[in-house]
Structures are given as C-alpha cells and as structure tokens.
Design a protein around this ligand. Structure first.
Ligand SMILES: *[C@@H]1O[C@H](CO)[C@@H](O)[C@H](O)[C@H]1NC(C)=O
Ligand SMILES: *[C@@H]1O[C@H](CO)[C@@H](O)[C@H](O)[C@H]1NC(C)=O
Ligand SMILES: *[C@@H]1O[C@H](CO)[C@@H](O)[C@H](O)[C@H]1NC(C)=O
Ligand SMILES: *[C@@H]1O[C@H](CO)[C@@H](O)[C@H](O)[C@H]1NC(C)=O
Ligand SMILES: *[C@@H]1O[C@H](CO)[C@@H](O)[C@H](O)[C@H]1NC(C)=O
Ligand SMILES: *[C@@H]1O[C@H](CO)[C@@H](O)[C@H](O)[C@H]1NC(C)=O
Length: 280
C-alpha cells in the first residue's frame, strides 16, 4: 500500500515537472505601417539556446481569423515583412511549445464620410459618426470622447444613454446623436487601442440653426421689399413735386400754406372741446 502511494506521489511530481518544463514563454512584437522586406520585424524562438543544434524546431501560425497551420520555417528566427503577418506564432522545440509570439498591429482609424469637421442642424435626429479600424490585431477596443471647444478642455469619455448611442462591432464603432442640440457642438474623438498601442481620430461637429439656410433668402426678400418701398416713396414724392410745380406755376403760392393753417386750427378747436367734455 505504502509503495503504491509513494509511486503515485513520484509520478505526480514527474508530471508537474514535465508540464512546467513545456510551459511556453510569450511576448508581443509590434508591426507598423512601415513593416516591409526592407523594414522587417524579427521573430525569435526564445527557448532555443543553440541554433544549428540537432533540435527539431517547428512553427505554428494562427492567423487573425483563427486558422492554424504549420509553417515550413525550421530555423529559430525569421522575419515578418507585412502587416498581414499578424497573428499568433508558437515555436515548438522537439514537439514541445516553448515560445509564443503575438504579432500585433494597430491600423489608423478613420471616420467615414467626414473631413476635419461636419455640420449638423439643431434638432437633427439619428445623425451618425462612424469610426472604422480595419486590419488590426488583436481586435481593437473603441472609445469615444467629447472635447469642448474651450481652450485647454480635456476630453470626456462618452457612453450610450440619453442623447447618444454607441454601437461597436469588431472593426467599427458608430456614435449616434439621438437628437442634436446646440450644446453638443464639440470635438469628437474616436480612440482605438490594442496591445500595439492606441490611436485617435477627431472630428469637429458643428451644430447650426435649422433655419440658417433660410436667412440669406429672407435677406434677399427684405432687400427687395426695402427697394420697392424706396422706389414707391420716391415716385410718390416726385409726382407730388411735379404736381406742386405745375400748380405753383398756375396759381398763387400762398394758397396752400393758408389751407394748412386752417386745418390745424380746426383740429385744435375740436381737441379743446373734447377736453372740456372730459372735465365736466
Ligand atoms: C502558447 O500557444 C499555445 C498554442 O497556441 C497555447 O496552447 C498556449 O497556451 C500558449 N502559451 C502561453 C503561455 O501563452
Ligand atoms: C486565415 O486563413 C484562412 C485559411 O487560409 C483564410 O481563409 C482567412 O482569410 C485568413 N484570415 C486572414 C485574416 O488572413
Ligand atoms: C531579418 O532582416 C534583417 C534586416 O533586413 C536581416 O539583417 C536579417 O538577416 C533577417 N533575418 C532573417 C532570419 O531572415
Ligand atoms: C520535427 O518534428 C515533427 C513533428 O513534431 C516531424 O513531423 C518532423 O519530421 C521533424 N523534423 C525533423 C527534421 O526531424
Ligand atoms: C447628454 O445626456 C447626459 C445624460 O443623459 C447629460 O449628462 C449631458 O449633459 C447631455 N449632454 C448634452 C450635450 O446635452
Ligand atoms: C496612448 O499611447 C500613448 C503613446 O503613444 C500613451 O502615452 C498613452 O498613455 C496611451 N493612452 C492610453 C489610453 O492607453
């Protein structure tokens, strides 16, 4: 009985030791947009001390969509020359995984259909900003933030709820303004991040008056109206002047002012009689 127990303990110890020996080390190498045959990134099997020994080295590669295959590579190191080389590399020494390498890449994010700024109307519904980041590995996480137009303002992280909705899939994130208000005018940032780092793309969202397009039109209309009034009064005056000129030539000049005096006199008399009535 005792011997069996000791054997079991020893066997367990051997297994624990073996499995601790084959535990792979891991690291991340970062590919960049400049990665090419002229500017490669070296992948090196960290568990191999003597390249050129009789050790049997094999490499397993798992691409970004999870398909695994054995590489024909048998040396302890090789070069990655393209951002499409992203994925997981496992170096096996005599059949045991000894080193794992994640080849990471972070692509530049872009905002679809927008330049440096975009203009929406006050009250607009369901306006969207779409941030895409294609070709990155591992999958990126997206983060939206709003930075006020005030100088030195810090970005504030946004989340779904109330006036905005954020929907994110693996390669894109859509920020929807449920209903735009003036106070939503600001800089909006889309940040993407993974183990290769982080990058930000920004857009200035302007919110303008819904009637803004109407103002120039109203301006033209009022200009026309003013012009008509000016022409009308000018015409009236010149007609009056012409009439006066023709009358002045025909009759006595003093007649017109005298008539005017008479009128004001009557008016005054009427008013004073009205006042007297009030006093009674
Ligand atoms: C290394 O990669 C292998 C195969 O992909 C995996 O089974 C193992 O868990 C990884 N080890 C570490 C330490 O990441
Ligand atoms: C991964 O490999 C499979 C099989 O070769 C291929 O169909 C798939 O497109 C690859 N994925 C990427 C992201 O390259
Ligand atoms: C990787 O590329 C570098 C620079 O081009 C080169 O010096 C090196 O020999 C290459 N290594 C392998 C294993 O191909
Ligand atoms: C290395 O090992 C793999 C299996 O782990 C085997 O298929 C292959 O033939 C071996 N290569 C050499 C050169 O021994
Ligand atoms: C959006 O809604 C949140 C809460 O729902 C509120 O705190 C915030 O002030 C609103 N922002 C704007 C610009 O109206
Ligand atoms: C983004 O990357 C920069 C370096 O490029 C780093 O200083 C900063 O802390 C990172 N930000 C986050 C949120 O990880």
């Amino acid at each position: 009985m005792n011997w069996v127990f000791i054997e079991v303990v020893l066997f367990t110890l051997v297994i624990v030791q073996c499995s601790s020996q084959v535990t792979a080390t891991s690291e991340t190498v970062v590919l960049s947009s400049t990665t090419s045959t002229n500017n490669p990134v070296l992948v090196y099997c960290n568990g191999v001390n003597e390249p050129g020994s009789n050790d049997n080295i094999t490499w397993e590669y798992t691409n970004a969509t999870g398909t695994s295959r054995m590489l024909s590579e048998t040396s302890s190191s090789f070069n990655l020359t393209s951002t499409s080389d992203v994925g997981e590399y496992t170096c096996n020494l005599n059949g045991n995984p000894v080193h794992n390498i994640t080849a990471a890449y972070l692509a530049k994010p872009t905002l679809e259909h927008t330049q440096h700024s975009v203009t929406f109307n006050d009250g607009d519904k369901k306006r969207k900003l779409t941030c895409t980041c294609v070709g990155s590995y591992p999958a990126v996480t997206f983060e939206w933030s709003r930075r006020s137009e005030d100088k030195g303002a810090l970005p504030v992280t946004l989340s779904s709820g109330g006036n905005i909705t954020i929907e994110t899939s693996s390669e894109r994130s859509v920020l929807t303004f449920n209903k735009l208000k003036y106070n939503m005018q600001a800089y909006y940032e889309c940040q993407v991040m993974n183990s290769a780092g982080n990058q930000t793309v920004e857009v200035h969202v302007r919110v303008k008056d819904r009637l803004a397009a109407l103002w120039p039109f109203l301006g033209i209309v009022s200009e026309v109206v003013i012009l008509i009034i000016i022409i009308f009064t000018y015409e009236k005056r010149s007609k009056k002047a012409a009439a006066k000129a023709s009358r002045g030539a025909a009759t006595d000049d003093a007649e017109t002012p005298l008539k005017a005096n008479d009128e004001t006199g009557t008016e005054l008399r009427n008013r004073s009689s009205a006042n007297n009535k009030d006093n009674c």
